[in-house]
Design a protein around this ligand. Structure first.
Ligand SMILES: NC(=O)c1ccc[n+]([C@@H]2O[C@H](COP(=O)([O-])OP(=O)(O)OC[C@H]3O[C@@H](n4cnc5c(N)ncnc54)[C@H](OP(=O)(O)O)[C@@H]3O)[C@@H](O)[C@H]2O)c1
Length: 308
């Protein structure tokens, strides 16, 4: 198959593109050409790279044409955020299968546990609303292409900082755990995170594209099997670094004053959702089982951080 992957040099593409090449497909990656994959892989030498700033090409009205010029049999769109983007793309396609990346955030807060793909969405932010609307267009409103959506949780892996046990991304939280096992957590530390390894996210995109009969018109969650509380995550890392945990729990106002507004916004975004999503449908329909547990995912990310 000729497969075009939009945004294929980041977290997901690092794993997805080489796996498609190894399956024998001719792969074209569309990106601006600024990023390089997180890991080296000889498979990249046979990938056709097309340099394009999507937003600029969309503004110029040429993005769809650029994709159709690649003559894809299948398209994986790893960075679609609005219905306008979805329409520009599908208007240029003609019956191919399209796999698009959504987000568990399109559901907003967790309402039942575990969250399944058919739970009513109550998006909180413009990002959430965009992803939910893209799903409506691709899976329910259009008939130009057959489409599937893949909804990852917090994408993690070696090469970048995962969401830390305080719910934001600052490396100092890891450094403190490494130094003496201490962490300062919001509230009672009982909010949940649910990381997912980028390799597992890539694999669900691949399976959705390779099984269009089963995946067409369907959304699939991809998450670690278990969620983890902030306090259990901090404890896991403290012990990983050889310390007993020393956890301090801060009232919200104190936490905000200590970490600053921009970090607190990220923490708030994570803890207000406290995700625990199910992958039963992804397992049942696509035959997927994750390679990485929650613990393996966060430890592989932390162990690869160079400057702790
Ligand atoms: N991060 C998470 O935890 C998370 C969770 C749930 C869902 N998601 C979804 O996952 C998708 C992101 O996947 P990812 O994490 O693999 O992405 P990523 O690591 O952020 O990589 C982004 C990719 O898109 C390319 N890109 C960025 N801006 C571009 C532009 N203007 N035009 C063309 N290409 C551009 C980048 O290459 P260049 O910079 O070289 O252009 C790169 O290939 C999004 O749909 C996001 O909503 C992410």
């Amino acid at each position: 198959m000729n497969i075009t992957v939009i945004g294929g040099t980041g977290h997901i593409g690092t794993y997805l593109v080489p796996s498609l090449v190894r399956d024998g497909h001719a792969v074209t990656v569309v990106s601006r050409g600024r990023r390089t994959p997180y890991t080296q892989d000889d498979a990249w030498s046979s990938v056709t790279m097309v340099a394009c700033d999507r937003e600029q090409a969309e503004a110029d009205g040429v993005f769809g044409r650029l994709i159709s010029q690649q003559e894809p049999d299948g398209v994986i769109d790893l960075r679609v955020f609005t219905t306008q983007q979805a329409h520009q793309l599908i208007d240029s396609l003609d019956g191919q299968h399209l796999v698009a990346t959504g987000s568990i955030w399109s559901w907003g807060r967790t309402s039942v546990v575990p969250m399944t793909e058919d739970v009513q969405k109550e998006p909180l932010t413009a990002y959430d609303r965009g992803k939910a609307a893209v799903e409506d267009v691709l899976l329910r409103e259009q008939s130009r292409v057959t489409a599937s959506m893949v909804h990852p949780s917090h994408i993690s892996g070696p090469g970048w900082a995962a969401v830390n046990p305080a719910g934001y991304f600052d490396l100092d939280v890891y450094r403190s755990l490494k130094r003496d096992g201490s962490a300062r957590l919001p509230l009672d530390g009982m909010a949940l995170l649910q990381h997912v390894h980028a390799a597992d996210v890539a694999e669900v995109h691949r399976l959705a594209l390779m099984n269009p009969g089963a995946s067409a018109g369907e959304a699939f969650n991809v998450v670690a099997e278990q969620s983890i509380t902030l306090r259990a995550y901090a404890t896991l890392l403290a012990r990983h670094f050889g310390h007993e945990p020393q956890l301090t729990f801060l009232p919200w106002a104190d936490f905000v004053a200590e970490v600053g507004d921009s970090n607190a916004v990220m923490t708030h975004d994570h803890i207000t959702r406290s995700p625990h999503f199910s992958m039963e449908k992804t397992r049942r329909i696509l035959g997927f089982s994750p390679r990485y547990s929650e613990e393996e995912t966060v430890l592989s990310a932390v162990d690869a951080l160079a400057d702790l």
